[in-house]
Every structure is written in C-alpha cells, then in structure tokens.
Write a protein that binds this ligand. Sequence first.
Ligand SMILES: C[S@@+](CC[C@H](N)C(=O)[O-])C[C@H]1O[C@@H](n2cnc3c(N)ncnc32)[C@H](O)[C@@H]1O
Length: 231
Amino acid sequence: MTISREDSARIYSILDKSGVFSGGSQNDFHDAGENQLAILTHFGLMASSLVLDIGCGCLRGGRWLIPYLNSDCYFGVEPNVEMLEIGKKVVIDSKILRDKKPKFNTNSDFEFDVFGTTFDYFIARSIWTHSSKKQIEKMLDQFVRHSSPSARFLTSYMRPRIPFLDGYKGESWIGKSHESDQPGIARHSLRWIKRACLNRGLKVSSIDEPNLNYGAQIWLLIERTQEDTDL
Ligand SMILES: C[S@@+](CC[C@H](N)C(=O)[O-])C[C@H]1O[C@@H](n2cnc3c(N)ncnc32)[C@H](O)[C@@H]1O
C-alpha cells in the first residue's frame, strides 16, 4: 500500500484549516504516521494482528495501520471527540472505514477493557511524552491485563535532560489534549520505566537504531518476560 506525500499534504492542509493539531508539521503528518506502521511491522505485525492505538488523535498513525490490517483488527482510544471525528471524516477514506471497521472509544482513563478483547500490539506514539508516571503505570497494568501472552507494546518516550533524574513528577497529563490547548512535554528516565515494567513482569528494550525512530522520540519495546509468557 502506498500513501503519497501529495495526499498527506492535502489532508494536512484540511486539518490545519479546521484547527486540528495533528501532532506536528506537514512532514511529521506523513513521516510520523508511516513510522508507526514501520516500527510495528519491524516487530512482527501481521494483517491479522489486533492493534490498540492509545491516544490515536486524528488518526495520523491509523491512516497507515487501518488499511494494512484486516477488518475488525484496529482499535483506537481518543478522548478528544472532535479531533477523532474530523480524523474519521478527513484522514481515512470512507470506503476503508466501511471495509476495515475500526473500533473507537473516547475514555480518558486508559481503560482498555472497553473493547472486550485482548490485543497483540499496543502502540502509543507521543503519549508517554505527555503522560504522568501514574498514567504510564496504568497503561502498563492494562497491557498486562488486556494483551495476548506474546503481545508487544511499542511506545515512544523522551529522556530527561538531566540524565540522573527520573523526569516528570506531575500527577496529570501535560500538553495538548481534550482538556488543554497548552503545549508541554513529559520526560521519563529509562531507569524508572524499567523498574515500572519489572514490577509487572515486563521487560523493556530501547530501540536505538536511528532508522527505526522518527524525530526526537525513541521507541521502547515492552514485552512479558519469558517466565511470564510460559505461565
Ligand atoms: C501528541 S498527540 C499523538 C496522537 C497520535 N498518537 C499520533 O501519533 O498522531 C497525543 C494524543 O493523546 C490524546 N490524549 C490526551 N489525553 C489522553 C488520555 N487520557 N487518554 C488517551 N489519549 C489521550 C490527545 O488528545 C492527543 O490526540
């Protein structure tokens, strides 16, 4: 499947005129979307995989994932209802929407049982870069509860500027959301993330290959440890 840069530019311009923040520039709209499909396929995504896109926004990533996946395989959570609705109208072709039947939910509590299924992949692009530690821990708990034994969680993050600190200490989301139009970034140390994963029987690998990352954010791969998979 090919998605042209011209088409990305056309859609970006509609979003921009409608006042919808797609997560960055026109190039980011194309490249950060494509990168989400690339990182998932690199780690084994198949058309039949069940994917949960946390904070799917206006479907910058969904635009690449939904056509790739079989029908009924894409699930998106996005509390900004207006953004999601514009995305469904403008970003995804109406025939693809009809054929692939993606499912959406608008809860803001990181509750992933709302779809009544378990997932093979979780993806969170530019989500941990705005989340509090409490919210990250909730996402990890939900991953443990609502994913298949060999499931993979791909999430992007940014390291604290001062290496020996654990980063953002606030209790709530920081940055644009359904509740705020103020920009902001949350940084978290890999040391803290590793501890949070270990406490839940999960291991985390930092994807340090530049060609798999896009922009300033680094992908992390989170999986169950072998012992937990064998249970
Ligand atoms: C920077 S955007 C990233 C969107 C998308 N993942 C992408 O890469 O294009 C962050 C998204 O998270 C959403 N968000 C904010 N609070 C959330 C929450 N509590 N649960 C889920 N998503 C949330 C925002 O509305 C926004 O769409």
